[in-house]
Design a binder for this molecule. Sequence first.
Ligand code: C5P
Length: 129
Amino acid sequence: MNDRIVVGAALYDDEGRLLAARRSAPPELAGGWELPGGKVEPGERCEDALVRELREELGVEAVPLERVPGQWPLPKGYALRVWKARLVSGEPEPLEDHDALRWLTPDEVWSVDWLAADVPAVSAALAVP
Ligand code: C5P
């Protein structure tokens, strides 16, 4: 069962930069940066949810690669799971829930204010070769 799972993408570009998205909603999360993604729907595979969310939120086609080991608690009993992902086509745009995007070089990864759950998730993603 993929009940109460939120999937996030550690999406890299060809130069090895990581995509971070700044939330515009809800108010308590607005201004915080996250790995793009969202809730898995009932009966949906996590990888399919990730592809769907990246299409909806960013307008891009991406493929999930390996899962980043671990799972991180979110409010309301949700848990965050992360996959490394590769951009296949499109230029990401903040279409839904976000008001800014940044491609972060390795030196810049900790220069944005990540949401609490995303801090350990980003650390774990960086540890996956
Ligand atoms: O994007 P969506 O609103 O479906 O995400 C559900 C919840 O998961 C958000 O309200 C937020 O608390 C959390 N979330 C997060 N980090 C992410 C993705 C989602 O903290 N990378």
